[in-house]
Ligand binder design. Structure first.
Ligand code: GDP
Length: 200
């Protein structure tokens, strides 16, 4: 898929504030620092598109970008903000949970996993929840350039084994490096196959 245009649309604090468009949505989520902003920038080819999401005040919002006037990339707030006060964390999780469970436009959620670190409880817990809700998801192992091909394979295999304990779904798996622009064609190709042709 060629990216002809990528523009920021809106930030939403909750499900009710999400845009009333009919574009199909592909969401990206992961633990803080997993490489999500770099991934959004790599996929769209716009160097500072995800800057919006990283701007203070926007990090806990659901950020919508319109791609090729054809689909929407949704940058979800990262999870794992252990330092955030409990009350705030609950609210922020609720907005994401509402969006994931009740947004009819959502086609697939990409869950980003840092390929350098061992399987994290928080990632597995989230994936177990997604899977239990019957929501479609795919995994993207980020920062692959930091590992040898062999170590990367081992890391993915290890994660798969752990995932099998919390989810019966065997998701599509991508490895990526925003630094080397690897994984871009595969991920965009996957999105293209999931875009349902509008009828009529
Ligand atoms: P976010 O918090 O999930 O949005 O993560 P960022 O995209 O801001 O990335 C966090 C850190 O990881 C930054 O220092 C990035 O430069 C680095 N990073 C992100 N993606 C890659 C990658 O593919 N390869 C390498 N080597 N570093 C990366």
């Amino acid at each position: 898929m060629k990216i002809n245009s990528a523009t920021f649309l809106v930030s939403a604090p909750d499900l009710a504030s999400c845009p009333a468009h009919e574009l199909q949505e592909f969401a990206f989520i992961g633990r803080s620092n997993v490489g999500k902003s770099s991934m959004v920038n790599m996929l769209t080819g716009r160097k500072d598109l995800a800057k919006v999401s990283a701007t203070p005040g926007f990090t806990k919002l659901i950020n919508f970008f319109t791609i090729n006037n054809a689909w929407s990339l949704v940058d979800l707030p990262g999870y794992g903000y252990a330092k955030v006060a409990q009350r705030h964390r609950t609210e922020f999780n609720q907005a994401v949970a509402d969006y994931l469970q009740h947004r009819p436009n959502l086609r697939c959620t990409f869950v980003l996993i840092d390929s350098r670190i061992p399987p994290q409880h928080m990632d597995l817990e989230f994936l177990g929840w997604l899977s239990g809700c019957g929501l479609p998801f795919a995994l993207i192992f980020t920062k692959s350039d930091k590992l040898s091909p062999k170590a990367l394979q081992a890391s993915v295999a290890d994660f798969r084994t752990n995932l099998a304990e919390v989810s019966e779904v065997q998701p599509e798996i991508f490895t990526s490096s925003s630094k080397l622009r690897q994984g871009r064609n595969e991920i965009l190709g996957f999105i293209a196959t999931r875009l349902v042709e509008p009828t009529g």
